[in-house]
Design a protein around this ligand. Structure first.
Ligand code: GDP
Ligand code: MN
Length: 334
């Protein structure tokens, strides 16, 4: 058994500079990937990198989700280059359609009005954002897992990971991990902030005492637009399945902004992090070299960058477009 042979490691002093030794232990965790059949080849490029940089040693399973049936061709060519088990899920109709209280006419009018905003005229993008905000973690294929790593086709991974990030999250009781943070387009979320404030006023008992609202509060009382980029997330599923998160999602869903505006799952997850978590439960994966167009995360220090092939100068955290330094500057709650 791997456990008894594993050397002692003190998780309380974990840093990426002091990674734990390899063990045979695994978390209950998976990769979760929302993807279309048409994205097969960009998907495979990403899977190849994920396997090479990390998963060939760990063999974590993959859950692929789609609003249409995956083709046998897609299944075959993704299973063939992954070391972990693969499963393929169809998203139930109720999780990818207009709920009863939404006016489809008003939603269509919105898409015309927002045609000059990125994805503003897209209906499918809105179903995607609503699904990633409120439903992926409730798919039956996710039931057996406690942590997930969200992956998208076409993203790149640059660094050999020196430890198991799922086990790290579990051992340190972390709830949310990110690589890149940045500012949201205000035009996509005109009323998300006031809706969130109203939720907080109505359900103050759900808000964490030492929360991270300081990271999202603007000096003018408005949302400062800081959010974690959700195309990469390593996070706790029990956190998303919690009463707090589910109530917040339902409240937003009733408010209609997924369709009458263009609320993204990134600001939704981030505002939930800000309300419900404390700083010690949120982790910046500075050591994960990552690219999702057009932004990079790339470790700066030689001790971490030596495992990578990315240029630290490209890393968004060094620029004023990032919110990561503001996150790091927040005080711990204890
Ligand atoms: P962006 O990152 O905001 O530009 O949005 P993407 O186009 O990358 O979409 C985000 C995620 O949702 C990716 O994992 C896509 O593969 C997935 N996605 C987006 N639209 C659809 C869709 O209509 N069907 C499916 N199955 N996946 C989608
Ligand atoms: Mn993307």
């Amino acid at each position: 058994g791997g456990d008894s042979e594993a050397p002692e490691y003190d998780w309380s002093s974990f840093t990426p500079y002091n990674p734990p030794p390899y063990t045979a232990r695994r978390a209950k965790a998976c990769f979760v990937i929302l993807v279309r059949n048409d994205d097969l080849h960009s998907m495979r490029a990403t899977l190849r990198q994920l396997e090479d940089r990390f998963n060939h040693k760990y063999n974590y399973p993959y859950v692929f989700l789609n609003n249409e049936e995956f083709t046998d061709h897609f299944k075959e060519l993704t299973t063939s280059i992954t070391s972990g088990n693969t499963s393929y899920g169809l998203i139930p109709k109720e999780h990818w359609s207009f709920p009863s209280w939404i006016s489809e006419q008003k939603a269509a009018d919105t898409r015309v009005k927002m045609k000059d905003i990125i994805y503003g005229s897209s209906e499918s993008y809105r179903h995607m954002c609503r699904f990633e905000s409120g439903f992926f973690f409730r798919h039956p294929l996710m039931d057996e897992y406690e942590y997930y790593w969200r992956v998208e086709p076409d993203v790149n991974f640059f660094c050999d990971l020196q430890y198991d990030p799922f086990l790290m999250m579990q051992e340190r009781q972390l709830k949310y991990g990110f690589t890149i943070s940045l500012f949201e387009y205000r035009d996509t979320i005109p009323t998300l902030w006031e809706t969130t404030k109203r939720f907080m006023e109505q359900r103050p008992e759900l808000i964490a005492e030492n929360n991270l609202m300081g990271w999202v509060n603007g000096t003018d009382g408005d949302y400062n637009l800081c959010h974690f980029w959700s195309n990469f997330e390593i996070a706790s599923l029990s956190w998303l399945r919690s009463k707090q998160y589910m109530e917040y999602f339902d409240y937003l869903d009733k408010a209609g902004g997924f369709f009458y505006e263009r609320w993204g799952d990134a600001p939704v997850h981030s505002l939930a992090v800000a309300m419900f978590l404390k700083k010690e439960e949120v982790h910046w994966f500075e050591d994960v070299g990552y690219y999702h167009g057009p932004f990079y995360n790339c470790p700066n220090s030689k001790a971490l960058n030596k495992f990578c092939h990315c240029n630290p100068k490209d890393s968004l955290h060094l620029s004023e477009h990032s919110c990561t330094n503001q996150f790091l500057a927040l005080p711990n709650s204890s």
